[in-house]
Each structure stands twice: as C-alpha cells, then as structure tokens.
Design a protein around this ligand. Structure first.
Ligand code: AMP
Ligand code: ZN
Length: 483
C-alpha cells in the first residue's frame, strides 16, 4: 500500500521532478552536507536537517532500506564559500583562545542536542571530516595529474578539465563568479583549492603532512571523499541547503566526475549522485537569519521563550521544503497551537489497543491523500492535513485510528504519541513562578469562586498576571493557564 504512488523528487541538476529509481534495488543511499561546527546552528540550519530527515523517513516509508550519512565539518570550511578567507574553525578557536578540537566537540554536541529535540532520526553514521584525511589525500592524488595544478597556496582543481562544470548552479557566471576572490595564479576564477598548504612561517592548529606540504583539505574535497567512501559512487541522493547549489555542490560534482573518470552530466550518474536536492532558506524579515532583534535565533532561544521545539518542526513541515519560509514568533505560536490540537486528539487514543488495522476502509481517503502528498516531492503541508483528516474521522475504532496516525507520523516525525499537553507547556526562562505555585494559586482561586468571593478570585488572577501567568477560563484546548 505504501508504494501505491511512485515517489517523485525534484532534482536540482535537471530542475525537474523525477521518479526515484534506486541505484541498488530496494535501497536508498543518501548523503547530507552537515554543519560546520564552529558555532551553534541557527534554526535555519536546522531546517536543512528536518528536510533531510523527512526525506529519509519517506524513503523508509516507501519500503527502501535507507543508508543515510550526515557529515560533521570540523576542518576546511572557509569564511567564504569560495576560496577566500580563513578556516571558520581556526578563526573561532583563535577568537576564543581555545583548542579547535574542544570547539568542534562543544558545537557538535550542541548540534546533536538540536537534532534530538527536533526528532531528527540518527543517520547510519555521522562522518567526521578529520577522520578521513588519509582518504582525502589519496583522492586528491588520484585526480592530481589530469585535473589539478599547484600554486604556492595549495593544490587547485582546474574546472575546465571536466565537462559541464557548474551546470547545477546555472547562474554561476552571474552570481557565483562575483563571489569568488582572486588567488594569484589561478587559471580560471572558479578553480578551487582541494588542498590548502600552510604558508611558510605559519602554523595551523589543524594541519597534516601531504605531498603538497603541510596543510589542510578543502571543504569540497571532504564531502566528495566521505560520500564516495561510505555510500559508493554513484549513490542515490545528495542534499543540502540551496546555497550549496551555487559553489559547494558544483565543486563536489566536478571532483566526483574527475574521480570516477566519467564526464558530461547528461548521464546523471556522472555527478556522483543521481539526484541533488536542496532545501530553501528560512528567512527573517528584519534582517540576517541568525539574528533577531539582536538575539541569536537558535533552537534553545525558542525553548527559553516557552516554545516546544517540535512546534518549530511543525512550522517547517507546514511549508514545502523548496519554498522560502519566513520565521515569525506569531507563526511559531500558531504552529504550537496546531500541535496542541493534534496532541489532544491523540491523547484519547493512547490507551487504544495496538495492532489495529491501517487499512480500515474509512481511512482510505486520508491514507491516499497522505501517500499522494509525500510522493509528490515531499509535500508535507498536505500530508499534515491528511493526518488531521484521519484524526477527525468518526465512527471508527480507536485501535485502527491509532495505527493510521502512527503510520503517518512515522514520516512526519512529530512523535505525537510521546507528547502530552503538559509536556508542550514549557516554562519560559524569564518566568518568576513555578508550576506548583501556579497550581496552588489556582486552587485558592477556585475555592474563592466557589464561595462567590469574586474580589479574592480577581486579586489572585491579577497576582498571577503580574508574574506572567494567563489564567485561561474555558480554554477549548483544556489548558487552565499559560505562561
Ligand atoms: P553550514 O554549517 O553553514 O554548512 O550550514 C549547514 C546547513 O544549513 C547547510 O545545508 C546550509 O545550506 C543550510 N542553511 C544555512 N542557512 C540556512 C537557512 N537560513 N535556511 C535553511 N538552510 C540553511
Ligand atoms: Zn558538503
């Protein structure tokens, strides 16, 4: 039933919807460009991993055996995506006067905490870039003679040695090139370093011996190497944020072509992965995504303000991954309210017998809608409404409903059966009162009302309001108070 409709995915390489056809029958191998662990991820970064997670869950739902790799970039990503600037990790380590390894560990753990809070499934492997330096050197050596040249600053890839360079980006000549800083001696503006030799007299915290001198790998090289090594060329799907469509992924593709000794991109396999997928950005109306009114928009900030992290996941699911999504606190609040409604409806099913029938005929329309939606390039916005249709279906046994909701939630990943209304109510960090005190005040208020002592009852209400607690008489979602 789950593969009733073939899965169609938008391939950035062809700019077309394509029916997913696995390289290895019954399997799906996916590589996702992971974070550069020099700072906390902002919630825009996390949108990229929610998208990759939904893709992985959809492939599992469609019956494919999934192998998903997400890398951790702990070396090589420069402050400019092209070849300019410093290594982001080295720069942060210098600023903080800390060891680069400590910085990498700290921010990797912070990223993993966000992954967990957003119900992003664990990949088959988190591949850490610095664990693959030998393989990177071997890869670079194997393509050096035909595709690279040396400059004092390192080993450079000559983009004219592969056919169709930059096809993925399309606009590379307008947008991309303008962003590329000149390095003296480069043959073409788009040529990029695959090994960055440490300048004489300098030392880097992270550097390794290589045939091109002591130095560090280029960022693009690491993803080519880890993707090829862990999934085998060609693999099925490569994902990342839309910014990677312009420089990072065209450069990965060029290296993959060189390594696989294949050429033109008219044959999809030649790029190393059959399908390249990109999520659009989360944007912030008032300026730079990572900052909102001076605050760094990371998941912990949302939690500190009293929003459950899965409200943010739901916010992501409400938009198509290829559309820009504008972040707003009102939007997040609306997503939280919607999540609360779902959780209330699901709470009633919690004690229903498990093992109910997913194929109960009453659920057929919702299940068909759901399957058609996720099969249509992961249309989670419609899939969510199918889940709500199923929740609203009347005159069906709770066991079947429970099974249908679980079946859909396996793709959406909201974890509805693990959530409770109380659990969704997170105490804002700024709150000056705790749950017990609130419950106590509400009990006193109830007693006063029972005695028709409205003056006391109103006074308690005002007292609570002063501490940021809104008393919610007759709330349709059954909450008595909210911070
Ligand atoms: P980075 O750590 O800079 O390599 O970014 C991690 C991931 O987040 C990459 O896939 C980026 O393309 C993606 N990304 C960066 N900014 C945003 C944003 N505002 N919205 C969605 N994805 C983003
Ligand atoms: Zn990458």
């Amino acid at each position: 039933m789950t593969d009733a409709v073939p899965l169609k995915l938008f391939n950035s390489l062809t700019r077309q919807l394509e029916t997913f056809q696995p390289v290895h029958p019954g399997e799906a191998r996916v590589y996702t460009c992971g974070p550069t662990v020099y700072n906390y991820p902002h919630i825009g970064n996390m949108r990229a991993y929610v998208f990759a997670d939904v893709l992985g869950r959809t492939l599992s739902y469609k019956g494919y055996k999934l192998t998903h790799i997400i890398n951790i970039t702990d070396v090589g990503h420069l402050t400019d995506d092209a070849d300019a600037g410093e290594d982001k990790m080295e720069k942060m380590a210098a600023e903080k006067a800390q060891s680069i390894w400590d910085i990498a560990r700290h921010y990797t753990e912070a990223y993993w905490a966000d992954v967990k809070a957003l119900n992003i499934r664990q990949p088959a492997k988190w591949s850490i870039a610095t664990d693959y330096i030998d393989e990177m050197i071997a890869f670079a050596k194997s393509i050096e003679a035909k595709h690279c040249y040396r400059l004092a600053s390192g080993l450079y890839f000559d983009v004219s040695t592969v056919a169709d360079y930059g096809r993925l980006a399309r606009a590379v000549t307008e947008d991309g090139e303008a962003r590329i800083d000149e390095v003296e001696g480069k043959r073409h503006p788009q040529d990029f370093a695959i090994w960055r030799t440490t300048p004489p007299g300098e030392t880097r915290q992270m550097e390794w011996d290589s045939p091109w001198g002591k130095g560090a790998p280029g960022w693009h090289l690491e993803c080519s190497v880890m993707g090829g090594k862990l999934l085998g060329f060609p693999f099925d799907i490569h994902t990342g944020g839309i910014d990677h469509r312009e420089i990072h992924h065209p450069n990965e593709i060029a290296q993959n072509q060189a390594f696989c000794c294949t050429n033109g991109l008219d044959v999809a396999e030649n790029s190393g992965a059959r399908i390249w997928m990109h999520n659009n950005f989360l944007v912030e109306r008032s300026g730079k995504m990572s900052k909102s009114a001076g605050e760094f928009l990371r998941l912990q900030l949302l939690i500190d303000k009293g929003y459950h992290p899965l409200a943010y996941r739901l916010m992501c699911l409400q938009a198509h991954y290829r559309s820009e999504l504008e972040f707003s606190w009102e939007g997040l609040q609306a997503a939280l309210t919607r999540l609360k409604r779902m959780v209330m409806a699901v709470e009633r099913l919690r004690n229903a017998p498990s093992g109910g029938a997913v194929d109960h005929p009453k659920f057929a329309p919702a299940l068909e809608k759901f399957d058609a939606a996720v099969s249509d390039d992961l249309n989670t916005a419609i899939a969510l409404t199918a889940l709500e249709d199923a929740l609203a279906t009347k005159k069906v046994d709770d066991g079947s409903k429970r099974a249908v909701i679980a079946h859909m939630d396996a793709v959406l990943g909201l974890g509805l059966f693990d959530l409770t209304r109380e659990g969704l109510r997170i105490r804002p960090k700024s709150a000056q009162i705790n749950e017990a005190e609130i419950e106590d005040a509400l009990a006193r208020r109830k007693a006063a009302r029972a005695e028709k002592d409205f003056a006391t009852s109103d006074a308690i209400r005002d007292e609570l309001a002063a501490k940021g607690v809104e008393v919610m008489d007759g709330d349709p979602l059954g909450w008595e108070w909210k911070l």
